[in-house]
Design a protein around this ligand. Structure first.
Ligand code: PGA
Length: 255
């Protein structure tokens, strides 16, 4: 499986900063295969970023969220068709910040995921336990339940268009990444649970990304683990150099 590295810019980088990133990044990024990369900018920067990056092989742009309806009275939302029209190839769905601060439920995540897949986007579905749940040793139950709920009634025809991101909430933006052992344990149970939902063969072909304080210094050891197929990157994706180093570590990983 080709590793995948996705930049989640969250609510960062307006036009000027997106352009600046792009000129630095295009000078660094090598379009030579062995790794896939993506950037999810704020939508107002999407077009500018697309134009300034030009056609970089192996790099795609995507959304940070997507709605299941085609259009209608859904203030603040965007549909699959609208994202695709911009040139988006993927959407991040159910990020813990959406779950925690904007009331995102597993049910809504499942609807978004089904719509994204049906509309030809890759769906990056996020799961992960909070600090409190981690301390209470509830990680396994929380992650299994989120996965089941987030994929309920979702038809996955092509496992390469489904990506799961394991992002422990206690590791996001804290500088405290999960150890490679923790990541591997949870990724393994995600793959096992996934096998029950979409079948063993498809589960084996689904990329599972780790997210939470990844940086150039800790990515190699995470990538050594068999079930870590890449990363969803927040803070370290805001600098062209560090995001590119992460991508290079993915390219170097023996997968
Ligand atoms: P971080 O964020 O890399 O800044 O911890 C990851 C994420 O929220 O996707």
């Amino acid at each position: 499986m080709t590793p995948l590295f996705v930049a989640n810019w969250k609510m960062n980088k307006g036009l000027a900063e997106a352009r600046e990133f792009s000129s630095e990044f295009t000078a660094l990024f090598k379009s030579t295969g062995q790794v896939d990369a993506g950037i999810a900018p704020v939508l107002s920067s999407f077009q500018t970023l697309k134009e300034s990056l030009g056609e970089l092989d192996g790099l795609m742009l995507g959304g940070q969220n997507v709605h299941w309806e085609v259009n209608g009275a859904h203030t603040g939302e965007i549909s699959v068709g609208m994202l695709a029209e911009l040139g988006a190839k993927f959407a991040i769905i159910g990020h813990s910040e959406r779950r925690e601060f904007y009331g995102e439920t597993d049910e809504a995540v499942a609807k978004r995921t089904a719509a994204a897949l049906a509309g030809g986007l890759t769906a990056i579905v996020c799961v992960g336990e909070t600090q409190q749940q981690f301390e209470a040793k509830e990680t396994e139950k929380v992650v299994r339940d989120q996965l089941k709920g987030s994929l309920a009634k979702v038809e996955v025809k092509d496992p390469s268009s489904l990506v799961i991101a394991y992002e422990p909430v206690w590791a996001i933006g804290t500088g405290l990444a999960a150890t490679p052992e923790i990541a591997q344990n949870v990724h393994q149970l995600i793959r096992e649970e996934l096998a029950g939902i979409i079948g063993k063969d498809s589960a084996a072909k689904t990329r599972i990304l780790y997210g939470g304080s990844t940086k150039p210094e800790n990515i190699a050891e995470l990538m050594e683990k068999p079930d870590v197929n890449g990363a969803l990157v927040g803070g370290a994706s805001l600098k062209a150099e560090s995001f590119n180093s992460l991508i290079e570590a993915g390219r170097a990983a023996d997968k």
